[in-house]
Design a protein around this ligand. Structure first.
Ligand code: SF4
Length: 533
């Protein structure tokens, strides 16, 4: 058994901010950070145009100057896309969306940089181990257990078998990101859920290398809404020139959508084929791909972020500004608040949670989430209504509307059954040669670098395989369309699962309309290998 004072699960911005802050405020105890990726940052993905507020609170001037970012925003625009060829610039970027001077870059690289600072200060950072279970004693979380490695597909230990390890900790900080399995289990077991269920968006992203550098384009960013989805579906995209020769293009689709025919990867290809986006990436070649979910439920969906002996930081606590779609700075602030609470209470499991919650509520980021508390809810009545509500909420500092607005369903409950011929009509649209010019799903998966040992138990467990047949009849197996990695496919009348393609985005455990997917952990070190996302 390993013993530590603080165990941090997840080496993203929130977890690493917790580690750095703990050491910065003179915490003398042992701080261990564990991440399931093969290296720090390999499972971290974001836009990323980063609000620097979090870095200013966490890092010294000298450290900020060395942040691995390639450009700062110097030109920004906001566009409404009507169709493949038609779009219109919004004459001004709404003040709450402005990002002038913000750093643009890869969150993977930033996470690696933060890990190097945490280690220099005395925290221990380990990768390649999945923490699969929390350990409780008398209702108090007293640590966690790592998963076994080297199991064969039938569960037998292989020659390289590594047993699971118990880690005893006075405080366990969950920094797993959105839809974290341990976080969700804790929220359910302890009744920590917010006033409405968390809602997510699936974001897919490519890094595109331009054929020729465009001088002075680094730092140009564009946000869009509208096409390829209709006005009643929550979705939007972005184009960020991270340098003169590289462009990040991404699209986020709200998982509360109702149309069972929607295919997230097709939407992304259609988006890149629009004139508005195409002019930024023309002649370019995709060199990296990734996907993850973003918690968009907002203030009312935030869980109570603590239980006895455990704290939840970052995306797992629902800390995202749903209007700007920015969460990195809030994740960092939550990590700083968690560290301060642990240090002040000397990691006392009984006192640390309430103190953390009080400190979190006093952060700028928390106020930001509260200010836009009804933004996502407004969009469930269509984009024009959502935009109007968002503006009103922002202008009144979140006071209007003063009631909780929008759907109160889980994302798995919103999908409508297929109408006859709907899938065939969608397939005809997808045959457009302009769309097919962009990488298909499998090519993109290859560029994500994702890798899983094939001879291991499948981590995507079907609760009841018979439900998949009912789902095929009612919804046409939507997992084959909402999974951004071609893990699910129908073959000879059966659903096949190629778990080795999995990007760990968790969309399937959120959106399966029959809630039939139980996401278990593959062995530590497997999964995407992001280096530039
Ligand atoms: Fe995401 Fe599930 Fe597909 Fe894996 S299988 S990439 S978690 S949707």
């Amino acid at each position: 058994m390993i013993e530590t004072d603080v165990l941090i699960v997840g080496a993203g911005p929130a977890g690493l901010a917790t580690a750095i802050s703990l050491k910065r405020c003179g915490f003398a105890g042992r701080v261990v950070v564990i991440d399931k990726g093969c290296a720090v940052g390999s499972h971290v993905l974001s836009g990323a145009v980063m609000d620097p507020a979090g870095f200013r609170e966490l890092l010294t001037e000298e450290e900020i100057a060395k942040l691995p970012v390639e450009a700062h925003v110097n030109r920004e625009s906001f566009r409404f896309i009507f169709g493949a060829k038609a779009s219109m610039p919004i004459p001004w970027v709404p003040p709450m969306m402005q990002a002038h001077g913000f750093p643009v870059g890869s969150l993977t690289k930033v996470a690696r940089y933060l890990a190097s600072i945490a280690e220099r200060l005395g925290a221990e950072v380990y990768t390649g181990y999945a923490v699969t279970e929390l350990i409780e004693r008398d209702g108090v979380v007293v640590g966690a257990r790592t998963g076994e490695k080297g199991l064969a597909a039938d569960g037998r230990p292989k020659s390289n078998h590594l047993a699971s390890e118990e880690i005893a900790a006075k405080v366990t900080v969950l920094a797993e990101g959105g839809a974290g399995v341990l976080t969700d289990r804790l929220v359910e077991a302890k009744g920590l859920a917010g006033r409405r269920p968390q809602s997510y968006a699936i974001a897919v992203k490519e890094l595109i290398e331009l054929a020729e550098p465009v001088a002075g384009s680094g730092g140009t960013i564009m946000h869009t809404f509208g096409y390829p989805v209709n006005l009643w579906t929550y979705g939007g995209g972005f184009v960020y020139h991270v340098s003169d020769s590289r462009v990040m293009v991404g699209y986020a689709l709200g998982l509360d959508y109702i149309d069972a025919t929607l295919d997230v990867h097709e939407i992304f290809r259609r988006y890149k084929a629009t004139g508005a986006v195409g002019r930024h990436i023309s002649g370019g070649k995709a060199v990296a791909y990734g996907a993850k979910v973003i918690p968009e439920g907002g203030f009312y969906a935030m869980p109570r972020p603590h239980a006895l002996g455990a704290l939840i930081v970052g995306d797992g606590a629902g800390l995202l500004d749903g209007l700007r779609i920015k969460g990195i700075h809030i994740a960092i602030e939550s990590g700083i608040a968690a560290a301060a609470a642990i240090a002040e209470t000397s990691a006392d499991a009984a006192a640390v949670g309430e103190r953390y919650h009080a400190l979190l509520r006093a952060t700028r980021g928390y106020a930001e989430v509260r200010r836009v508390k009804n933004v996502h809810g407004g969009f469930t009545r269509g984009a024009p209504f959502g935009v109007a509500m968002a503006g009103l909420a922002w202008a009144t500092f979140g006071r209007f509307p003063f009631w909780m607005f929008g759907r109160r369903h889980r994302d798995s409950e919103t999908m409508r059954e297929l109408r006859p011929g709907a899938l065939e009509a969608a397939a005809r649209c997808a045959a457009d040669p302009a769309i097919r010019a962009f990488p298909d799903r499998l090519t993109d998966v290859f560029m994500s670098g994702t890798l899983h040992e094939e001879d291991q138990p499948c981590h995507l467990h079907l609760v009841d395989p018979a439900r998949c047949e009912a789902c095929e009849r009612r919804f046409g197996s939507p997992c084959t369309r909402f999974c951004p990695a071609e893990v699910y496919r129908r073959d000879e009348g059966r659903l096949r699962i190629d778990f080795s393609n999995c990007l760990h985005c968790k969309t399937c455990r959120i959106k399966c309309p029959l809630e039939n997917v139980e996401w278990r952990f593959p062995q530590g070190g497997d999964g995407p290998r992001y280096t530039m996302m």
